[in-house]
Every structure is written in structure tokens, then in C-alpha cells.
Design a protein around this ligand. Sequence first.
Ligand code: GLA
Length: 740
Amino acid sequence: MGIIFHEQEKTFHLYNKEVSYIIRVMENGQLENLYYGKVIRDRESFMHLHEAISRPLTSVCVPEPGVLSMEYTKQEYPVYGTGDYRSPALSILQENGSRIVNFTYVSHEIYQGKKSLSPLPAVYTNNEHEVCTLEICLHDEVINTDLILSYTMFEEYPVITRNAKLVHKGEESIVLDRALSMSVEFQDMDFEMVHLSGAWARERYVKERKLEMGIQAVQGIHGTAGGAEHNPFLALKRPDTTESQGEVYGFSLVYSGNFLAQTEVSTFNMTRVLMGIHPEGFHWKLETGESFQTPEVVMVYSDRGLNKMSQVYHRLYRKNLMRGQWKEQPRPILLNNWEATYFDFTEEKILSIAKKAKEAGVELFVLDDGWFGARNDDYRGLGDWYVNLEKLPDGIAGLSRKVEEMGLKFGLWVELEMVNKDSDLYRAHPDWIVGVPERFESHGRHQHVLDFSRKEVVDYIYEMISKILRESRISYIKWDMNRYMSEPYSRGLAAKDQGKMMHRYILGVYDLYTRLTEEFPEILFESCASGGARFDPAMLFFAPQTWTSDDTDASERAKIQYGTSYVYPLVSMGSHVSAVPNHQLLRITPLSTRANMAYFGTFGYELDLNLLSEEEMAQVKEQVAFMKKYRRLIQVEGDFYRLLSPFKGNETAWIVVSPDKNQAVAAFYQRLNKINASWLRFRLEGLDKDTLYEVKCNDTVYRAYGDELMYAGIPVDRELLNKEGGDFASLLYVIEKAEP
Ligand code: GLA
């Protein structure tokens, strides 16, 4: 691994075993990207990768007889108005009304390690020898502002992280109207754009589309979250790239607020990728001495398909993004009462559900919505974070003690960023909600967004919730957020600062997370936003798992978990076995399939086990025992390979393989059953071809070498599928190294 600076050609070469990234300082002092892709050997000069020819209708940005034009240059960080007519990464409004800037190279620094971006979350390292960083400082003389572009290279991963920072030193103020985290350019357009898009209860479906000339983008402008609609991620893959082969470039933004992820193909077939905070509504004024830090983008290059890209994100996010005691720890098997009771519970009922959960081997009981204020439905109570003594006469302190006495840990649901108008909090502080005075304030789920861009609001909520956490025995918090922002406006900010509101809101959320995770380091936090509307890397920095979706139907989950796994590790995906008929789809799926799906995540239950038959209860006990045995492999150690895509057919399959390749768990799921059907076989990945394995599926066992399992595949026994229920049946395969 290294970052080399070639003085003569002013060229930087960042490389490790797998990837190269080459930047050059051009004759006008700006930066050009010469190459990003599979590692190439270092040379004194990469000048021949620069192409400059004179073209008609071109704005030339160097004195005659130069031909350099920004329009045909692969720039590192394009700015507005320079004769480049594609979208820029940066646009700065100045006091004279101009937006023209010229950031040119001043200096650079190369060092081991990586700086924190605090208060923004970012990938970090505990071992400064595993990463090195390049910071390039550019300067605009007229406004007297520095632009610092940072690149961190990892030794073990084909990963480069990027961010940009503006430091304003000039006397006159400037306004950032657009300050994206990065731009990357490719000289061709032979790509498909892959993104994860959907809606509530069908989050992160895999979408692929061919790049065409012009702009294609996904975005989130919801204020409180990136949203269920689009994830802050995109990838560019070659048309023939599959899960297991071919080139792909991934881009993942470590941020929870408004985002833009855009590709733009010029009419000369060049592709530009831009990513960062969405410019809509963003208007950030900088006075002299102030700076602005953009969030981080994590770029992954894979020449071995999408699975490799995902495995890199999984490892990096498990090891270098998640923090605290729960990082890389198998997760407790929980039972959550939401779908079991909704708002309708008493302490007695809760204790009876918890008791049965304990009998099944469950380790953590989570009390969901409805325990506080006047919260008997979703019309009231949000904001009043004190216990409802009518429902829980001994308070959370008493209930959590009783649950712990049963031998279970206790967890609690909160939604700290929101308020109902019917609440003591709103009555006391009506000006604390987001909205414009004298205008209608839209509501969603009968609730309003608290203005977390104001410190006094965050302070107040912190005091209320930390009191409960101090007084009770709480091991787990499910931090929910159930509506997007509307009428973005802060009653606490000056007119000139309103364009800062939405970013400040997210910083307020990070601030509260920081305070709570620092004060209560033993608590396992799970983030949630109407299910998976805020499933992003930044959340994983604070809360190492996220409730994947409110859709708990096992068959629908195949798509949701398949798509989510493009970026996010299995251990981050909240996944539960729920009751049938399923509450969202009214579908009936076998209990075995519901568990076979939930195993590939955090695993837990979301139903009243008292309502199961004895036979089902026996099955649940076996499931819990299975997960206890294999969760370390599935959640924190193994590599995950997607094998059959639910977006392409009736079947889904995947496998988790241990790093030493001695152990694996694979699963096969079908949607509808088929009559008199064709052969069914799926090929495994990640095993050692020369190792003999024992393959167990229900009561059947056979032996085969890794080569057979990977190249010929596992024949799926349709009889077994029929026994498992036919429609929506699934099979689990435990694969272990055998003695020859
Ligand atoms: C959201 C969550 C659910 C549940 C409810 C409670 O919808 O995603 O899991 O916690 O809120 O109101």
C-alpha cells in the first residue's frame, strides 16, 4: 500500500494490492483524475493517460496556444462556471454575486492513519499502519478560501474514502450552495447504474439501469433521513458483471440526511459520479475563520463482482465503522412485543410474553411503542418521555427489574426526534417543532418533527431520556423515527441561516446519539425509521444494527434483505420471526421459512409465543438453539455470498462461509411451489474446492467436495420442499468440513 507523489509530473498514485487511483496537478493548477480501477504498477509519469485535443465550441481555460478545456477533462472536484457544462461538485455564491472560483494546488500532506470527521461519523482505524491518507490543499485567491480534498487508502481493502472541506479565511462572507463530498470521472459510459430503491415495507430493492447520456440520479430530500425511497448508495458495474465476476465500483455515503447520488454522461461518453449532501435547500454561509466539512464517501472497487464489493463493505463497516462493545459481537436473541400487542398491553401481559420467551431460550425482551405519556394510540404522547403508570404501575424501573429477574435483558423503544401536538412537551414548547410560523404544518402519523437543529431542544430530550436510562436496567434501545420533515424551517435560526437547518438537524441527531452512547456504552442501540427508512452507514457508527423493514413477511424479506446486503453486513439487519397470517400481507408462510430468513440478520421474534401450539413452541426452541450455535459465523465472522436473486426468479439462495472455509450455512427459498417441475440445483460459493464437506439438510446428510458443491451445485430435493409446506418453503444447509 502506498501514496506516491511524483514531483516532476505532480502526480499522486494511491494504490494497494487491488486498486489504483491517480491524480495529476494540471498546468492551470487544478486537479485531473487520470485513472481509477484495478491496480497498475507505478511509473514516473502517467502523462500519456491525459488526453487533450482541441474541439469546436470549447472554452479553453489556459492562455493560447494551450487547449485545456474543463469540459473534456476528468476533474477531481469540478466547480461551477468554468466552461465545464456538466454538474459541479461545488458552487459558491460570493458577495459580488459571482459564483466563479478557481481552486489551485498549494500543497499536500501524506500521512499514516486517518483523521476523525467529528461531529460527522466516518470510517476510522485503530491501527494507523493499516491506512494512509493524502490531503491536497487547493486555494482560491480571490475569496481567500482553502479547499482540502482527503483520500484515505486501506491496506487490506480495495477501499478509498473521500471527503472535502472548505476553510474560509477571506474578509467577505461566502455561501456554499453546493458542496458535495466527491466527484469521480471515467472516460467511458459502458456501465450500468445499480441502486437500492423502494418505499415503506419494500425498501432497498435492487435496480439496475444502463447509463445513457445525461443525468441519472437517486436522492433523498426528506430532512430527517435518506428515506425508504432511495439508499445513499450507488454502484457502477460493467454490463457483464454478475454477483461473482466482473468490475464494479461502489459509492456509499456516510450520512443520514438529504443526499444526492448522481451519474452524468457527457456527449463524449465520459461518466461523472457525484455524491454528497443534496444541494436543494442547502445554503451554508461561511464567515471568516469558519469551515465546512462534507460527509465521507466510501468507494469500493471490485474486479470479482458484486459479492466481492459487498463483502468489502461488510468487513469494513463491521470493523472500521461500528463502535462500542457490540461491535463484532453476536447479537442477543430478542422478542419484541410490537406485533404481539401493538399499544394494547398491561404489565401482566408483557410479563407473560416475556416468560414464554425465556422458556424458548430468548435472551432479551424489548418493549416497543406505547409505554409513556398518554400513548395509547399514535395520536398522542410522543415527547413525554415518562412512564404511563396506568399501564405499568411499577414504571420502567420496576418492569425492567422483573424482566431481569426472569433471566432476560430488557430493551425499550423510543422516538426522540418527534412530538405529537397532544403532548405536554408540545403544550410547553409549541415553537420547538419544525415549520414556518403562520403557515400550515403538515403532519405525518399525527406527529411533528422536533427542531433538532437547536441545541436547547436536544439538551431537553437528552435530560428526559437519560433519566429513564439511569433509573432502569436497560440493555437495548430501539431508536425510531417515523416521519420525514416538511416545511423545513427553524424558528430558532436567523433568516440567513435557514439553509443550514436540515444539516444541523442531522448533526443534532448525531449529538444526541453521541451523548447517549458515551454515557451508556453497554446499551445496544438499534436504529429504526418506520422500518428501514434510515438504513445508512452513518447510523451504524452509533447504532450497530437497524430495523430492516416493517415488512416482516418472510418471502418479501428475501428481496429486502438481498438488496440491503449489497452494502450492509448481516449483523446490522434487524430481522424477526413474526406471526401468520402476516400482519402486512396476510400471507401464511411456514414457521421454518420465517426462521430461515431471520437467521440471516440479528434474529428475534415479534409475536406472542403463548399463542403457538406445543409443536410450534418446540420448533422455536430448536431455532433459538440453532441461532445460538451459528450466530458468530453468520453475524460476525463469515463472508456472505448471494447465489440466486429474488429479483430474477422464483428462488432465492445465499450462503455464509467461515474465513477458514471449514463451515458454512446456506439457505434456499422458493416463492410458489411448482408441479411436475424441472430439476432444481444451485451452486455454492466461497468453499474450498479440495475440502470434503458434510452437507446436512433437515434429516438428510451427504458428503461432497467443495468443487462439486461449487461447480455442480446442490440438488434441491423437491420432496423436502413439499414437506416444508410447498409455497414459501425453504431449506437450510449446514455444511461442515468432514474427515475424508
Ligand atoms: C415504527 C417501527 C415499528 C414499531 C412502530 C411503533 O413503525 O418501524 O417497528 O416500532 O413504529 O409505533
